[in-house]
Design a protein around this ligand. Sequence first.
Ligand code: NAD
Length: 259
Amino acid sequence: MSARTIVITGGGAGIGRGVALLCAERGDHVAVLDKNAEAARETAADALARGAGGALGVRCDVSDEGQVERAFAEACGRFVAPYGIFANAGIDLGGLVHELPMETWRRVIDTNLTGVFLTCKHGLRHMLSAKTPGSIVCSSSPTGFVALAAGASGAYSATKGAISSLVRCMAIDYARYGIRVNAVVPGATETQLMWQNVAAGEIARMREQLSQEIPLGRLAQPDDPARAVVWLLSEESAYVTGSHLVCDGGILAKASISV
Ligand SMILES: NC(=O)c1ccc[n+]([C@@H]2O[C@H](COP(=O)([O-])OP(=O)(O)OC[C@H]3O[C@@H](n4cnc5c(N)ncnc54)[C@H](O)[C@@H]3O)[C@@H](O)[C@H]2O)c1
C-alpha cells in the first residue's frame, strides 16, 4: 500500500481521532485539523507512534475560511495533495426552535455545514490542481433522515440533512475527476459529543436504555464508524460515490412504534 495524505477535521477527538489512528496504521500521512490545537497535536503524535508515514496537528476552526485555507496549504506543503478527506468536525447544541437563540443556530450551521463546505472547497482545490483521484467522506447522522425521539435537535438535524444533500451534489460534480464523495452515518457513538447534552448523573442510565433500544444491543465505540470511514477512503470502495454508509447498529432500520 502506498502512503496517501489523509486530512481529517475534528481529528482531535472521537470518530475523527479514530480515523486518524486507523489511517496511521496503514502508513498514511495524516493531517489532523481541530480547533483544539493541543488535541490535534496529541492525535498527530499518537498517529506517528502507530506507524503514520508523517503526521501533522494543526489548529483550525473549520468555520473560518482563512484558517481552513491555511491548514490545507500547510498540510499540502508538508505532504503531497490529499487523497482522502474526512470532513467531520461537528458540534451538537440542542434546543426547541421557538427558544433557540440566533447565535446558537449560527454556531451549529457555521461549524457543521459551513465547516464541511469549506473543508471540501479547499480540499478539492488541492486535489484538482494535483490531478489526483481521491475520496471525500462527510459526517452525516441518523438525524439527517429521522427526528430524534428525545426532540429539541432542529439545528443539528438541519445541518446533517444539508450535508447529505451536499454530498450527493459533490459526488456528481467531481465524479469526472475520479473524486468520490460519500457520507458516513454513525449511530449513537461513545464520544464527548454524544453525552454533552446529557446531565452527568443521567449518562449511565441513558447508556443502559439506549443499549436496550439499539438493535445490536450497544452504543458504538469511535472505531466502529471509523472503520466504515477508512473503507470509504480506500480503493475497496472504488465504485461507491454519492452514497451513505449507515453504521448505526440498526437504529434507522427500526420503526419506533410498537407494532
Ligand atoms: N457521536 C455520535 O453519536 C455521532 C453520531 C452521528 C454523527 N456524529 C458526527 O460525527 C462527527 C464527529 O463527532 P464525534 O462524536 O467524534 O465528536 P467529538 O466531540 O468527540 O469530536 C469532535 C471534534 O471536533 C472538534 N471541533 C468542534 N468544532 C470544531 C471547529 N469549529 N473546527 C474544528 N474542529 C472542531 C472538537 O474539538 C473535537 O475534537 C460530528 O460531525 C458529529 O455530528 C456523531
